[in-house]
Design a binder for this molecule. Structure first.
Ligand SMILES: O=C(O)CCC(=O)C(=O)O
Length: 228
C-alpha cells in the first residue's frame, strides 16, 4: 500500500505461505525440499519460515548475515535456504550476494548485523573474515524462476537497488532438519510462541515436513496447487 511502508526499505512478509496457496506451493514444494535436504546432507526438511521480499528501485541494502545465527532457539541451531527470484535480476538492482567460502567460517551473533537498511551492509562479514576483511562477493544474476541454495553459515545480503528502474522480488524457504526440536531454554520472541508446554517437538501445523527420504510429507500439503 503506497505510503504505508518507508519507500527506501525492502518490503518483507514472513510466512506468507499461511495466507497464499501459490506462495505455499513454491516455498513448500517437495522438489525444493528434496534438493535442500540432499545438498545439506539432511534426511529430511521442514519449513522454519518463508520470506517474500520486494526490493523496488531506490531501496537500501539488506545487511549481510548468516541465517543460522537466528536459530539458537532450535536444536540443532542451523538451516539451509532456497532463494528463488521472480524477476530477471541484474547486478545494480541489489541482487542477493554470497561471500564465497564463508560457509566454513564460525557463526557470529545475529545482534552484530542490522537486517534492514544498514549504512555499512558488509560490516558483519568484514569483521568475521579470516582474510583481514577481504571479501569475495558472488551476486546471483538469474532469470525469473532462477535461484540458489545456501548453507546456514554462508554470509549473504544485498546492496542498495541503484538501478533506477528495476524491481526485484524473491520467494525464500528457510528449511531445517526434519528432526529439529525447540531448545529447552533459548527462546525466540516470535517462533517460541509455537512451543507447547512440556513438549519440545515442532508441530507440523506450523512447521510442516516438506520432504523426507522415507517418503513422508505432511499430509495436508497434498492440497496445495500444482505449479507444474
Ligand atoms: O534477497 C535478499 O536480499 C536477502 C535474502 C536473504 O537474506 C535470504 O534469502 O536468506
Amino acid at each position: 500500500m503506497p505510503g504505508r511502508d518507508p519507500e527506501d526499505r525492502t518490503r518483507q512478509l514472513c510466512n506468507a505461505w499461511k495466507s497464499d496457496s501459490v506462495v505455499a506451493a513454491q516455498v513448500l514444494s517437495e522438489r525444493t525440499g528434496r534438493l535442500a535436504a540432499q545438498l545439506a546432507g539432511y534426511r529430511g526438511v521442514r519449513i522454519l519460515q518463508d520470506n517474500v521480499l520486494w526490493k523496488p528501485p531506490g531501496t537500501k541494502a539488506i545487511g549481510f548475515h548468516q541465517d543460522s545465527s537466528y536459530a539458537d532457539y532450535l536444536v540443532p541451531p542451523e538451516m539451509v535456504t532456497c532463494w528463488v527470484s521472480l524477476h530477471e535480476t541484474q547486478a545494480d538492482a541489489g541482487p542477493i550476494e554470497f561471500v564465497r567460502g564463508s560457509h566454513a567460517w564460525p557463526k557470529s551473533p545475529s545482534a552484530r548485523s542490522q537486517f534492514h537498511a544498514p549504512e555499512d551492509w558488509l560490516a558483519g562479514p568484514r569483521a568475521a573474515s579470516p582474510d583481514e576483511g577481504e571479501l569475495d562477493l558472488v551476486p546471483v544474476v538469474v532469470k525469473p524462476g532462477g535461484g540458489s541454495f545456501h548453507h546456514g553459515l554462508t554470509w549473504h545480503g544485498s546492496a542498495p537497488n541503484t538501478s533506477g528502474t528495476v524491481a526485484r522480488m524473491a520467494l525464500v524457504s528457510h528449511l531445517i532438519p526434519v528432526e529439529t526440536r525447540f531448545h529447552e531454554t533459548n527462546v525466540d520472541v516470535t517462533y517460541s510462541r509455537y512451543r507447547r508446554r512440556g513438549d519440545l517437538s515442532l508441530d507440523e501445523s506450523f512447521f510442516p515436513v516438506v520432504w523426507d527420504k522415507s517418503g513422508y510429507r505432511t499430509p495436508w500439503l497434498a492440497a496445495l496447487p500444482d505449479l507444474g
